[in-house]
Design a protein around this ligand. Sequence first.
Ligand code: NAD
Ligand code: MG
Length: 331
Amino acid sequence: MANILREGDLELLSGKVAVVGYGSQGHAHALNLHDSGVTVQVGLREGSQSRQAAEEAGLSVGTVAEAVRGAQLVAILLPDQVQPRVYAEEIAPSLEPGAALLFAHGFNVLYGRIEAPAGHDVIMVAPKGPGHIVRRLYTQGLGTPALIAVAQDASGRARDLALAYGVAIGAGRAGMLETTFQEETETDLFGEQAVLCGGVSELIKAGFDTLVDAGYQPEIAYYEVLHELKLIVDLIWEGGLSYMRYSISDTAEYGDYMRGPVVIDKHVRESMKKVLANIQNGQFAKEWIAEMDEGEANLKRVRAEERAGRIERVGEELRALMAKPEAHGER
Ligand code: NAD
Ligand code: MG
C-alpha cells in the first residue's frame, strides 16, 4: 500500500507565500494558509472582482507582480488556460531568486507550457476535491486529501516544502500521497473524462433519454437517474460499493450485479483504454491546447448545446420546487 503522509515542517514556510488567483482553489489555499499562520499575499489582476472578498476575509492583496515580489513560494492557482501567459508576463519577471513555484495540477508543467528556470523548486500540491470543500473541511478541523509531487528540486528540500504546504492547507489531516506531475495529470484527465464528468454525464443522459423516449414522464426519469445519483454516491463515498449495496434493496442489488455489466460492457472498457491512450500519447493535450489557442470555439458551442438540453430544462423546473440546503454560487 502507498505511503500516506501526514506531517510537514511548517518552519519551511516562514517567508511570504504568494497565492496568485482567488478562485475555487485560490481562496481555499489562501485562507487555509493564513489560518495556519503562514504569511500570505493574494495576487490579482487590476480590477479583479475578487479583491473585495479577499480583503474582507482579512488577507493582504496586491497585483500579481506585487505578491510575487518578496515571496519564497508562488502558488499558481489561475485557470490552466491563462497560466502560461500570466507566468511569462507577470510572475517570471518578479520571481525572487530561489523562489518555489507551486501548482495544483500538472498540465502546464508536464506539457512544457511553463518552464521554470533552473534554481527554482517546482512542486505540486493537488487537493483531490473542489476548492470550496478544501476550505469548508479545513474550518471544520478536517482536511481534503492531496497529491504531492516534485518536478524540479533546486533547494534539495522541494519535497519537504510540498509537504509543509500540504499540511498548511489541511491536507495532512486527510493524508497526502506522493506522485509525479505525469501520473497526477494523466490520471486526473482520465478520471474527469471517462468517469467523473464525461462518463457520468453521458450515463445520466443516456438513462434519461431511454426512459423518456420509451414514453415515461421526464420528471420521473429525472428523479430516477439524476437526483438519486447523489444519494447513491454519498453511500459509496461513505463506505464503498459494499456499503451502498448493503443499503439498497436486494432487488436493486441483484439488478446491479446482473445488469450493470450489460450496460458498462467490454466495449466501454475498450473505449476507456482508447481514451487513456489518447491522454498518454499527448493527443488530448495537443487538441486542448489548439482549442485554447483558437479561442475555444468548440468548447463554447458544445457548452451552449448541453445547457439547452432536455434534461437541463426538466431539472431546472424540478430543482426550483425542492428546498436546498445551501446556495451553490454563480453558474
Ligand atoms: P478558478 O477558475 O476557480 O479561479 C481562477 C482565478 O484566477 C479567479 O480568481 C480568476 O478571477 C483569476 N484569473 C482568471 N484569469 C486571470 C488573469 N488573466 N490574471 C489574473 N487572475 C486571473 O480556477 P481553479 O478551478 O481554482 O483552478 C486553479 C488551479 O487549480 C488549476 O490548475 C486547476 O487545474 C487546479 N485544480 C482545481 C480544482 C478545482 O476544484 N477547481 C481541483 C484541483 C486542482
Ligand atoms: Mg481531478
